[in-house]
Design a protein around this ligand. Structure first.
Ligand code: F6P
Length: 322
């Protein structure tokens, strides 16, 4: 393999730049030409593909976001769009593609692979909902950003003896919320995987106050049936009866925008380099991820058809430690 391309797709994640850098520098190390595709699959369809040298990826390891840009492409979901993308790659003599992204992006890799183009995916999403990697690029940094917010909210919550709802991203996966709840010492976590009754939360918070706590933090996943806005509405409606003052904070995209920490920079460097090694040894149609602390490949067929399980024992832990 002499000429490869790399793209970032879907929601950006801190560490994507470190992965791009690793792909480019590993490729160059092995005498390959490495091309960068702008704006994900959209750029692949529109031929936005340019040669990247080691200098072009200098000074980016510490930067959040992605220098290549990212997009969610509707056209690429069609077979016509996928054929257009493959035509562009073939015309440029590119014989391998690295796709850095999460579930939607790796569904795209899977589609390209099924059409016969050699693709290797790199596991990257703050949601940590991608099968084939215990932890994905961006999770650790996003989690630390959520924690910083929770720690700050606890301070002001204690001063005012208030309860706070903090909404954390993660689409329909509760991983980030659960981990932020445990690491942030939250009084309650609300995740999509576990049904919850607002009255139970209220009773729990009342008990916390009875135990002499000065604050109560409820960490809520954006994908939960009762997300922060719905819980806020419920608690405001029943405020008199429930008897505590409540505020809501939605972290939203703040969580995605940070500079990657050491963990994500290292993970991204390992996975980016491994993606190139994988293509080089002629293996493709796979996702490169970290499983039990080792870099492993998993078939995109399996990745696309398997839901990553969430360890629900940790919900119990969060309850015990509240
Ligand atoms: O998949 C990453 C993610 O940040 C999710 O946590 C969130 O639900 C979604 O992307 C937001 O998407 P967008 O950036 O397109 O609003």
């Amino acid at each position: 393999m002499k000429r490869i391309a790399v793209l970032t797709s879907g929601g950006d994640a801190p560490g994507m730049n470190a992965a791009i850098r690793a792909v480019v520098r590993t490729g160059v190390h092995y005498g390959m030409e490495v091309y960068g595709v702008s704006l994900g699959y959209e750029g692949l369809i529109n031929g936005k593909i340019a040669l990247l040298g080691t200098r072009e990826v200098g000074g980016i390891i510490q930067r959040g976001g992605t220098i290549l840009g990212s997009a969610r492409s509707l056209e690429f979901k069609t077979e016509a769009g996928q054929r257009k993308a493959i035509r562009n790659l073939n015309q440029m003599g590119i014989d391998g593609l690295v796709v850095i992204g999460g579930n939607g992006s790796q569904a795209g890799s899977h589609a390209l692979s099924k059409q016969g183009f050699p693709v290797v995916g790199v596991a990257s999403t703050i949601d940590n909902d991608l099968f084939g990697s215990d932890i994905t690029i961006g999770v650790d940094t996003a989690l630390n950003i959520a924690l910083e917010a929770i720690d700050r909210l606890k301070t002001t919550a204690s001063s005012h003896q208030r309860a706070f709802l903090v909404e954390v991203m993660g689409r329909d996966c509760g991983y980030l919320t659960l981990m932020a709840g445990i690491a942030g010492g939250a009084e309650y976590v609300v995740i999509p995987e576990v049904d919850v009754d607002p009255e139970e939360i209220a009773a729990r918070l009342a008990k916390s106050y009875d135990r002499g706590k000065e604050h109560a933090i409820v960490v809520v996943a954006e994908g939960a049936k009762y997300n922060a806005s719905k819980l806020d509405e419920y608690f405001q409606t029943h405020r008199e009866r429930l008897g505590f003052d409540l505020r809501m904070t939605i972290l939203g995209h703040v969580q995605r925008g940070g500079n990657p920490g050491a963990f994500d920079r290292i993970l991204a460097s390992k996975l980016g380099a491994a993606a190139v090694e994988t293509l080089r040894r002629g293996e493709h149609g796979v996702l490169v991820g970290q499983i039990r602390n080792e870099i492993k490949t998993t078939s995109l067929d399996i990745v696309a058809s398997t839901k990553k399980p969430l360890d629900l024992n940790l919900v119990e832990l969060a309850r015990i430690l509240d």
